[in-house]
Design a protein. Structure first.
Length: 154
């Protein structure tokens, strides 16, 4: 997988992937950034050309960084490990952190916990949930409320 980003931004993305996802370190290490052949590209068009050139290199089996062929590099067709069956869409659309209902069509921030996929209104709510899911599942939607032990002045 290639990422169009500076080395600094790529490091931030790699850190985020380690902290926020279940992607293995071996897959994260395989992330290529910046994507594309080093042609000295500067404009958007030149960067696009360098990425296309790298894709041709991968497709023709000339890229030394490809550990094993994937769907894009297998000439015999789709490997057996890839399923073309429809994915069942069972997502909890109530953000367990803030209590907001997330529209299915706009559910971008997702996280899985104990086999259940939750949708979040923002990356902030998702990040808080990932760090302490039990807290938010015990009392869904109460993150913005004051704790019961806090007394407010009269």
């Amino acid at each position: 997988m290639g990422l169009v980003a500076s080395p600094t931004r790529a490091a931030v993305v790699r850190d985020w992937l380690r902290e926020e996802t279940t992607i293995g370190d071996d897959r994260i290490a395989a992330l290529r950034a910046p994507a594309g052949l080093d042609l000295g590209a500067e404009t958007a068009e030149e960067i696009a050309l360098s990425i296309l050139a790298e894709l041709v290199q991968v497709r023709r089996g000339r890229a030394d960084f490809v550990a094993s062929p994937g769907p894009a590099t297998v000439a015999a067709g789709i490997p057996e490990s890839i399923s073309l069956e429809p994915v069942v869409d069972d997502i909890v659309l109530l953000d367990p952190v803030c209590g907001m209902t997330v529209e299915r069509a706009h559910a971008r921030h997702l996280a899985e916990h104990d086999g259940v996929i939750y949708a979040f209104c923002s990356i902030g709510c998702r990040t808080r949930f990932i760090k302490e899911p039990a807290v938010f599942l015990a009392n869904p939607g109460t993150a913005g409320m004051a704790p019961p032990s806090v007394s407010l002045p009269d």
